[in-house]
Design a binder for this molecule. Structure first.
Ligand code: CA2
Length: 147
C-alpha cells in the first residue's frame, strides 16, 4: 500500500451480498462492488485494495495496516458497526481520511442498527445509497486528498 491506495474493508456476511435480501441490499455481489470501486479508482487516479473478512480481529489488523501513509480507509463493518468498541478504537488511531459506508439506511431499520460505534471516529459517512455509496466514498477520499 502507498499514498495512492484506497483500502476498502468489508465486514461479516458481506461476502454473501447478492445472495439474499435483495429488497434491502440490492442484487449486486461483492465482486460487483469491487469492480465498481476499481473503475472509480482508475477514474480518479487511485489504487484499490478491496478486502472482506468475517472476523473482527482481522478487520482490526487491516485497519491498523492502513492507519497511515495511504489515501484513505473506507469501511462497511456490517454487523460489527453496532457492536465493536475494538474496531472503533482501531479507527480512532487512523490518521488518513476514514469513511463509514452502509448499503442500507441503518437509521430506517431495526432499532439495534440505529447506533454506530464508528460514526464519530470516521470523517464522513455514506449511508443508505445502495452499493453506489462505495463509489461516493471513493470520490470523497479522492476530493479530500486533492485539497
Ligand atoms: O447496510 C449495510 O451495509 C450494513 O452494514 C449491512 C450489514 C448490517 O448488519 C448492517 O446493519 C448494515 C449486513 C451485511 C450482510 O449482508 C448480507 C446481504 C445479503 C445476504 C447476506 C448478508
Amino acid at each position: 500500500m502507498d499514498s495512492t491506495t484506497v483500502l476498502v474493508l468489508n465486514g461479516p456476511n458481506l461476502n454473501l451480498l447478492g445472495e439474499r435480501e435483495p429488497e434491502i441490499y440490492g442484487s449486486a455481489t461483492l465482486a460487483d462492488v469491487e469492480d465498481l470501486c476499481r473503475d472509480v479508482c482508475s477514474d480518479v487516479g487511485l489504487t484499490l485494495d478491496f478486502r472482506q473478512s468475517n472476523h473482527e480481529g482481522q478487520l482490526i489488523d487491516w485497519v491498523q495496516e492502513g492507519r497511515r501513509g495511504i489515501a484513505g480507509v473506507i469501511i462497511n463493518a456490517a454487523g460489527y458497526t453496532h457492536t465493536s468498541v475494538a474496531l472503533r478504537d482501531a479507527l480512532s488511531a487512523v490518521t488518513v481520511p476514514r469513511v463509514e459506508v452502509h448499503i442500507s439506511d441503518i437509521h430506517a431499520r431495526e432499532e439495534f442498527r440505529h447506533h454506530s460505534y464508528l460514526t464519530d471516529v470516521t470523517d464522513h459517512q455514506v449511508i443508505g445509497r445502495g452499493v453506489d455509496g462505495y463509489v461516493e466514498a471513493v470520490r470523497w477520499v479522492a476530493d479530500r486528498i486533492r485539497r
